[in-house]
Design a protein around this ligand. Sequence first.
Ligand code: FAD
Ligand code: NAP
Length: 294
Amino acid sequence: MRDIPNNLFRVKSPLRGRVLENRRITPEARGVKNDVRHTLIASPGLRYIPGQSVGVIPPGVDPRTGKPESLRLYSVASAAKGDLGDGRTVSLCVVRHFWKDPATGEEHAGVCSEYLCDLKAGDEVLLTGPVGMHFLVPEDFRERDVVFFATGTGIAPFRGMLQELFERGHRREAWLVFGVPYRDVTLYDEEFRRHLEHPNFRYATAVSREETNPNPDRIPTPNQKMYVQALLYARRAELGPVLRRPRTLVYLCGLKGMEKGIFEAVELVGREQGEAGSLVERMKAERRLFVEVY
Ligand code: FAD
Ligand code: NAP
């Protein structure tokens, strides 16, 4: 059996992590709405596998319940050995969340994402976890092709997964299809470009507010924006055969809406390329489809 760490730290006995660095990874000029942080936290004793999440307990009391704030989950954004390579850190990739109160129309910042985005080096942060037993890369990954679809901070788990795949000798086809609003907010872009030294790596970005969906009649998107599902369809000649191969692992992470969009595109490509039934259902039956969207 594979040793998957699980809930090594809980709310009642959380890990007292220490922020080593909290770096904004999108241009300041994009404003608070595109504020994404790469947060490096010293977390001795915390073991994890990329694809798992950790809990963060923000300080304060939830005014709605009068109880201490509850934990929020964040995907681990580092490989198991951590960004410093000593197995004693965890990295997160956090977007500053905003929401509008439908009753008042007022806009509010999310409690925990704001707390995380504003942390400074040296600050303490309470962590729980790790959690998640399924959104992982299986041990037989060397025999597999892999396709990752991410939107925004949904890239977090794939950063660590890609690092580990290449370090551990994955040589089959590995795709990253990444959706972002603007080209200059393509998270970890330089790092992914460096992975292009691996001849098996394919990296494609869908820049929704700067590129146009070339097939809006087949894959409708709002204002003909370039979304990951539109990119999948545009590159169907390459991606279709990969997605159809029983050995290919397919991962989706990010915004809830991407699931429906990707599934519809997969079904369309499947039909066009000769699938008798539903390609999504076949992927599920072959236990090679992994989805984490919120
Ligand atoms: P909150 O303050 O919790 O607000 C969230 C929502 O709650 C608001 O949009 C609003 O709808 C509602 N709400 C809050 N307060 C009120 C109120 N007073 N009245 C009415 N409604 C209210 N995010 C990342 O950035 N990076 C990640 O890697 C990441 N990974 C995740 C992994 C998993 C498995 C899951 C489940 C989520 C992940 N998230 C990630 C999302 C993250 O957990 C948080 O949901 C996100 O940061 C927002 O939390 P918050 O405390 O800032 O917002
Ligand atoms: P974002 O910047 O708002 O969006 C990223 C891209 O996705 C944008 O280009 C956006 O286009 C596009 N998009 C919007 N709707 C889409 C749809 N229906 N289909 C395909 N693409 C779509 O992303 P974000 O603010 O980082 O938010 C990411 C979300 O992922 C958050 O909700 C976060 O909680 C979640 N998340 C989950 C996990 C997890 O489950 N493990 C991990 C990390 C993050 P436009 O904005 O131009 O329309």
